[in-house]
Write a protein that binds this ligand. Structure first.
Ligand SMILES: [Cu+2]
Length: 241
């Protein structure tokens, strides 16, 4: 709905935009009504020659309705906003649709590192594809992310997905998203986390299935070699220790 301002690239980003528009319209209507009433009263009851000013307390019944009726209507609007907000919250935060793929997202001062499960689709295996400041995902697939922080509180923020989740050290948060539009989108840190907070950005690349497969093959090919050479250079623990 707001994708002419900022790309809307996840299955739930339209829900967040809908909520944003709903709140803006409801608050906007009341703002305009209140300001219009305010200026009309100023104009209508402005100082006039021969007319004495009067003090109106608003306590009389016929005046009180000007407070009570708008008050009740504003409360109805509040309930509408709360119900709509809870529905979106449940979709994004309380629901975990089955994953096609699970990635790990690690925040630290001041970078993002990612682990894609690689061809075997399992994390923490030798064919994992580890990247820094760039996450590749496939369009139309449901992803789970396991979000953690190595040091302080960060926040995983993908504006195009309308997704934001704090990362606290010592905890692993599981969340989800489903990219719906290919392209490159920003990943930002949305929690002040030190001097490098402002430059703690990364790129989220939503690939077509073909492009993702090509990326996976290219990187999975180089990762086991690196892993193998790393294993070779690590001295084997001495027997008995
Ligand atoms: Cu941060």
């Amino acid at each position: 709905m707001l994708d002419h301002l900022i790309a809307s690239a996840a299955s739930f980003s339209g829900d967040v935009d809908g909520l944003f528009v709903l709140i803006t319209v409801l608050v906007g209507v009341w703002f305009i009504a209140a300001e219009a009433m305010f200026f009309w009263l100023i104009f209508r009851f402005r100082a006039k020659d021969g007319e004495k000013a009067q003090y109106v307390t608003g306590k009389e019944k016929h005046l009180k309705k000007w407070i009570n009726i708008p008050h009740a209507l504003v409360l109805v609007c509040d309930v509408v906003i709360i119900v709509a907000a809870i529905r979106v919250w449940v979709t994004i935060k309380q629901t975990l649709p089955p994953a096609d793929r699970t990635v790990r997202v690690v925040a630290q001062q001041w970078a993002w590192t990612f682990a894609d499960p690689g061809p075997d689709q399992k994390l923490d295996t030798p064919d994992d594809i580890r990247t820094t400041d760039e996450l590749h995902v496939e369009v139309g697939k449901t992803y789970h992310f396991l979000l953690e922080s190595k040091d302080v509180v960060h926040s995983f923020f993908v504006p195009a997905f309308r997704l934001k989740q704090d990362a606290d050290p010592g905890r692993i948060y599981t969340g989800w998203f489903k990219p719906t539009k290919t392209g490159s989108y920003d990943i930002l840190c949305a929690e002040i986390c030190g001097i490098g907070h402002g430059v703690m950005g990364a790129l989220l690349v939503v690939d077509t299935p073909e492009a993702f497969q090509a990326w996976e093959q290219a990187h999975a090919a180089e990762t086991p070699a690196e892993a193998a050479s790393a294993t070779e250079s690590t001295p084997a623990p001495a027997a008995g220790q």
